[in-house]
Design a protein around this ligand. Sequence first.
Ligand code: UT7
Length: 319
Amino acid sequence: MRRSVILGTGSALPARRVSNAELSETVDTSDEWIVERTGIRFRHIAGEGETTSTLATDAARAALAAAGIDAGAIDLIVLATATPDQTFPATATLVQAALGIPDCVAFDVAAVCSGFLYAVQVADSMIRAGAANRALVIGAETFSRILDWQDRATCVLFGDGAGAIVLEGQAGPENGILSTRLHADGRHNGLLYVDGGPSTTQTVGHVRMKGREVFRHAVVNLATVMGEALAAAGLTAADVDWVVPHQANARILDATARKLDLAPEKVIVTVDRHANTSAASVPLALDTAVRDGRIQRGDLLVLEAMGGGFTWGAAVVRY
Ligand code: UT7
């Protein structure tokens, strides 16, 4: 059986790190409120010259180095983002050019916070179908550029960053992507969206969210889709070594783990230092836990995310 194996991971963050205390100098909020309601303490904010494509390129370079392969070996780039450098062309093609890859397949996936899960399923499907052999799968965002900095209910929640993995198609490995499950329910557009776009307002718009309602849906959807992905791989929550979740809110991580009867120590938490980086959050958390030595080769991982649309999904991976 042909499977997609994770050869390496990488990530990148903007240089500037902003604390809750610093935010509260310009926004009517407090460190206490943000920590208690979300678990967030810091977020990184892109500065001049830092864009979604530069962060994505840095994350991709780190993943290629960890994988021990040259950029020239990559034949597919799938990049998940809701904050592309330009409306078109796809940010994936900017990364391709920056990495000096003369020819490959390169495109973006738009599924907001679930984008990385969508990108993983697309790349995995193409690899298993024989349409690609070595893929860069990237989640990269600069949400700071679409936040309404007057809206304290959203602007304190998000940060910028990028994460990447290198996938390789191998015949009959023990490890690799074992299953993926995706969902969308477009009826919930009004709960989490951007109030602009090229075809409507000709502006990029700002993030709008009804946080409490999103929270409610998130816990149910994430627990359900993790169960579906595990069942598809013939496994249960008891087999899981690490959950690598979308980092929106520490309370969502706790509630979801409880629903699946998973010990909180098995959940990788980076929301305290990265905040919600949308499509970047899962690969950023994955790379963090690989590099700090928690995630080891052979461990069973469940990746999960939920975001605007709504869209949500999970992947079961033997690392
Ligand atoms: O990545 C996509 C998925 N996104 C998510 O999963 C986000 C899900 N939602 C959440 O994480 C939470 O709902 C939030 C963190 C967004 C909000 O927490 P909450 O406990 O649901 O608070 P709330 O929105 O119900 O607001 C409670 C109070 C309000 O005041 P009143 O009306 O009770 O007087 C808000 O005005 O907190 C107030 N508030 C703030 N206060 C200080 C809202 N934002 C802030 C703030 N600082 N930044």
